[in-house]
Write a protein that binds this ligand. Structure first.
Ligand code: PEP
Ligand code: CO
Length: 451
């Protein structure tokens, strides 16, 4: 395929002449360079074919013919690179996507926040405890969360470990999917140990039964097994925060023009690094992957339009996602203005709603949490506002886990503040647990059907 046109004055390292926020500061530049050289020589984590196939599916999302489900941990950790955590996360995403497909009457594209979600932006550069000040924890790709000077020192070897852990995770996910784990003939493969007593599970089981009956019926009619029900596509995504790491995995490939970031299928930039004149936008504008930008109430209308012109100058379908994260309190004020700005500009984007990051609060006993009610409200309001304005919400971006955690308040089990300590495992943001995730998928369906 011929290039529409190559991005002007762009190279994988051109971001280095722009102000880069939220970067790690290494005290041994040679050790850093050596780790980056090794990284640049290693095989990529994904292929350009997969990236292009995701872009095609996202073009269907843009056209309103498919729904995007993106979800996973706020931050992956090296310690959590184990089979049960990975497969439980996959199970929840598969169950949610089944609920969505059934209720929305639309195919779903599944994108995990995994296999590389290791770098975190922080509000402040340092952390002080009992009079001791150390660099903040910036994710396992950079340093360790223990509060000692050695642990908090950015270590370039972690870049290689991050690449290896992403490869291990991706390999396991691919093997599960290829091996039949996602086979619609066997939705029981996705059952989790702790879901039997859950209210959502009963509703989910009824839905599974009705789907199984339809599959069975279609197979009788067809006189054969429907083989294309045995596998699904699963894509990876992470915040492209650590630019030297992203650069080392940005490659040219045979028989394709331009550059691909092959550290993940779908990189996005976070709210703290979305400056139009900053290094992260510069980096993202040159790659052929579909890309996302988190946008908030403070992102001006002019910046939204500049972001779209820089990141998708050729107006390619399936290329650019704006992930709005406004908070239930602000969504009605901010979202109409954002949608209108894009409509006036003539740029089309895919809108996705992150109902997590605008709804974070702290409890009196110091837990960072989110209320299920606010998460659901922001999502429902977003659907309604898009519809009212002649736009449509293409997908959701969630922080969730298949583990039985108590990090977000509310939901059908009505978790209260006193419950949070029972199984609060996140080192960064609070995640929806299995029940809350399934309940949210059902709420999405309910809202969609009421539109
Ligand atoms: C995140 O997605 O974990 C995050 C930090 O989000 P945001 O950039 O929207 O604050
Ligand atoms: Co987060």
């Amino acid at each position: 395929m011929q290039p529409i046109s190559l991005p002007k004055n762009w190279t994988p390292s051109s971001w280095q002449s722009f102000p880069a926020k939220q970067q790690a500061h290494y005290d041994d530049p040679e050790a850093l360079q050596s780790a980056l050289d090794t990284l640049a020589s290693l095989p990529p984590l994904v292929t350009s074919w997969e990236v292009m196939s995701l872009k095609g599916l996202l073009a269907e999302v843009q056209a309103g013919k498919r729904f995007l489900l993106q979800g996973g941990d706020c931050a992956e950790s090296f310690a959590d690179c184990n089979p049960s955590i990975i497969s439980n996360r996959l199970k929840v995403l598969l169950q949610m996507s089944l609920v969505l497909i059934h209720g929305l009457h639309m195919p779903v594209v599944r994108v995990g926040r995994f296999a590389g979600q290791f770098a975190k932006p922080r509000s402040i550069d340092t952390e002080t405890r009992d009079g001791v000040t150390l660099p903040s924890y910036r994710g396992d790709l950079v340093n360790d969360q223990s509060f000692t000077a050695e642990a908090r020192r950015p270590d370039p070897q972690r870049l290689l470990q991050g690449h290896a852990n992403s490869a291990i995770t991706m390999n396991f996910v691919r093997a599960l999917i290829e091996g039949g784990f996602a086979d619609l003939h066997h939705p029981e493969y996705w059952d989790l140990d702790w879901m039997a007593h859950s209210e959502q599970y009963r509703e989910y089981q009824e839905l599974v039964k009705s789907i199984s009956d339809s599959v069975h019926f279609s197979e009788i009619l067809a006189g054969r097994k429907l083989n294309n029900l045995s596998r699904v596509d699963f894509f990876s995504s992470h915040e492209a925060l650590h630019l030297p790491y992203e650069q080392a995995l940005t490659r040219q490939v045979p028989r394709q023009w331009g550059w691909f970031n092959l550290s993940t299928h779908f990189p996005w930039i976070g709210l703290r690094t979305n400056d139009v004149d900053g290094a992260h936008v510069e980096f993202l504008r040159g790659i052929r992957n579909p890309v996302g930008v988190k946008v908030g109430a403070d992102t001006s209308s002019a910046d939204l339009v500049r972001l779209a012109s820089l990141l998708n100058p050729q107006r390619e379908a399936g290329k650019l996602l704006f992930i709005h994260r406004l908070g239930a309190e602000h969504v009605e004020d901010a979202l109409p203005r954002m949608i209108q700005a894009m409509q006036k500009s003539g740029h089309e984007v895919i809108w996705s709603c992150d109902p997590m990051h605008g709804n974070t609060e702290s409890t009196q006993n110091g837990f960072k949490t989110r209320r299920f009610e606010n998460i659901r409200n922001e999502l429902e309001l977003s659907f309604q506002i898009h519809k009212k304005m002649g736009s449509h919400l293409g997908g959701v971006h969630l922080e969730l886990t298949g583990e039985n955690v108590t990090e977000c308040l509310g939901g059908a089990r009505e978790l209260v503040e006193a419950d949070l300590h029972k199984a609060y495992k996140s080192q960064v943001d609070p995640r929806l647990n299995y029940e809350q995730s399934l309940e949210l998928a059902m709420a999405i369906v309910g809202q969609f059907q009421r539109l």
